[in-house]
Design a protein around this ligand. Structure first.
Ligand code: ATP
Ligand code: MG
Length: 256
């Protein structure tokens, strides 16, 4: 069965896109068939997968407006080993154009159902907001992966996201659950980060993934080469952690 996961956190710059492209590449490395959906008009996950967002003829925007199917709009990233349903600035208009459409929050879900058989995992990179785009992601998904930095305000922001997920679960998508919280950009030398990490485990127990993604400059450099760190420099600490995370995901699903 295909697993569809959103990578979401309404906070900006917390590592959503880095998590999406590296988990996609990591899953591909361990033999999984993956589609990466970029649901952010910034198009960072598209570019970070080696696909030029400016040259795309069809994107997730066309899919949401039902002027193209996923099969028509997806492209293969040969270097990364997964398929990409890309995005660019055009996607920002979808929010407005969908306002009067019925079941507008279910557009992506319907579209993904047509290709579900082609993939073991579909990963959706969400924008830093709780917008109609993110809502489309949450309505499509079985679960949410929440990347977070272990900082003082991290827990506060989390309660907004948890409430949104609860509402979507109650009203729109009974399948939806938090798969887990992923600690990213982690620096064990910083005492505060260790403390917040402990608080997270105390509050959320097994919802906190075992794998921790370290702060690692190679992960930050990789996007400028149009690659996930996992492909750009497989021996970097951050890349090794993301492949471990991919394996943790696969193991969790086998156990579930
Ligand atoms: P946005 O909310 O704008 O979509 P985001 O949540 O997708 O942002 P990213 O773009 O993944 O966040 O990451 C923000 C910045 O942090 C980027 O410059 C990225 O390269 C860097 N970064 C992410 N993870 C790490 C890491 N583990 N180590 C070092 N730098 C990282
Ligand atoms: Mg992003």
């Amino acid at each position: 069965m295909t697993r569809i996961f959103c990578i979401a956190n309404q906070k900006g710059g917390v590592g959503k896109t880095t998590t999406t492209v590296n988990l996609a590449a990591g899953l591909a490395k361990v033999g999984q068939r993956v589609l990466m959906v970029d649901l952010d008009p910034q198009g960072n996950a598209t570019m970070g997968s080696g696909v030029d967002k400016r040259k795309l003829e069809l994107t997730v925007y066309d899919v949401l407006l039902e002027s193209a199917s996923v099969a028509e709009a997806r492209v293969r990233s040969e270097k990364c080993g997964y398929d990409v349903l890309g995005a660019n600035r055009e996607l920002a208009g979808a929010e407005v154009e969908l306002v009067d459409v019925e079941r507008r929050e279910k557009r992506l879900k319907q579209a993904l159902a047509t290709v579900a058989r082609d993939y073991d995992f579909i990963l959706i990179d969400c924008p830093p907001s709780l917008s109609l785009l993110t809502l489309n992601g949450l309505c499509s998904a079985h679960g949410v992966i929440v990347p977070m930095q272990c900082e003082y305000f991290a827990l506060e922001g989390l309660s907004d996201l948890v409430n949104t997920i609860k509402q979507v679960h109650a009203n729109l998508n009974k399948d939806l659950q938090i798969i887990g919280l992923l600690r990213v950009m982690f620096d064990p030398r910083i005492t505060l980060q260790q403390q917040v990490s402990e608080q997270l485990k105390a509050h959320f127990a097994e919802k906190v993934f075992d794998t921790v993604i370290p702060r690692n400059v190679r992960l930050a450099e990789a996007p400028s080469y149009g690659l996930p760190g996992v492909i750009f420099d497989p021996s970097a600490r951050g890349s090794i952690a993301f492949v471990e995370f991919a394996q943790e995901m696969v193991d969790r699903i086998k156990r579930a």
